[in-house]
Design a protein around this ligand. Structure first.
Ligand SMILES: O=C(NCc1cccc(CNc2ccc3[nH]ncc3c2)c1)c1cc(-c2ccc(F)cc2)cc(O)c1O
Ligand SMILES: [Mg+2]
Length: 214
């Protein structure tokens, strides 16, 4: 049996990036996925929007749903202030195994806690397990039919506070219609769409930024 695509992505990082240099890890993955094998990383176009929203929020407690190979995990963790933490949730053990190595290669393992399992089971346990009071920032990039369920779960668990920013990937492609309808119609959110491209393509996709109003 040959290698998996995530394993080939890890090899590309180990070959082309500099250990401890997050930007070189990001560039190595983008170069590989644009020129060799497409992969479902948030990518460099949407990544610039992620960077700017993150810099604006400057979260002390961030949550990512859907680690995949850790590309957006590295993008987020590299911009966190000292002492700030990112919890990232991944259901697929093979993805999690590669992500741990990519996050460590970037030298960001002290800022990141990768938790394996389904978001629906883990979200209610985040407070007791990691002492999280609430999140300032949530990046949604897991199964698209879980975005709405998990947003409501985060609300019900009291893990969102006034001003928490939710940033959702793929609201156009593959699309998250129920989630969009909810955050755009609910009086509890102030929502805005950032038009961009599906990673490594010319197709439209975008990020939805929704501020929880409490
Ligand atoms: O589907 C997507 N990503 C989610 C995903 C997908 C597969 C496996 C996992 C396993 N990870 C996982 C699962 C459940 C979980 N629960 N809690 C944590 C957690 C973690 C996650 C996606 C697709 C496309 C895309 C594909 C094809 C195309 F033509 C256009 C666009 C582009 C993207 O940027 C995408 O993000
Ligand atoms: Mg995505």
């Amino acid at each position: 049996t040959g290698s998996s695509q995530p394993q080939r992505m890890l090899k590309a990082v180990q070959k082309n990036a500099t250990k401890g240099d997050p930007q070189s890890v990001i560039s190595a993955i983008d170069h590989y996925c644009r020129n060799k094998e497409w992969a479902m990383n948030v990518g460099d176009d949407k990544g610039l929007i992620l960077d700017s929203v993150l810099t604006e929020v400057n979260p002390s407690a961030a949550l990512e749903l859907g680690t995949y190979c850790g590309y957006s995990t590295v993008r987020i963790a590299r911009l966190l202030s000292p002492g700030s933490k990112l919890i990232t949730v991944e259901f697929n053990p093979a993805f999690a195994a590669v992500a741990r190595q990519i996050i460590a290669y970037a030298g960001l393992q002290d800022k990141v806690t990768l938790v394996e399992g389904p978001s629906g089971d883990l979200i209610p346990k985040l407070r007791e397990r990691f002492g999280v009071k609430s999140f300032d920032f949530v990046f949604l990039d897991h199964w698209k039919d879980r975005y709405l369920l998990d947003t409501k779960l985060l609300e019900d668990c009291g893990l969102l506070q006034k001003g928490t920013v939710l940033l959702a990937d793929n609201v156009i492609c593959p699309g998250t219609p129920e989630y969009l309808k909810y955050v755009r119609s609910s009086p509890r959110y102030e929502s805005r769409y950032y038009k961009s491209n599906l990673e490594y393509t010319k197709l439209e996709d975008g990020l939805e930024k929704s501020v929880f109003l409490g």
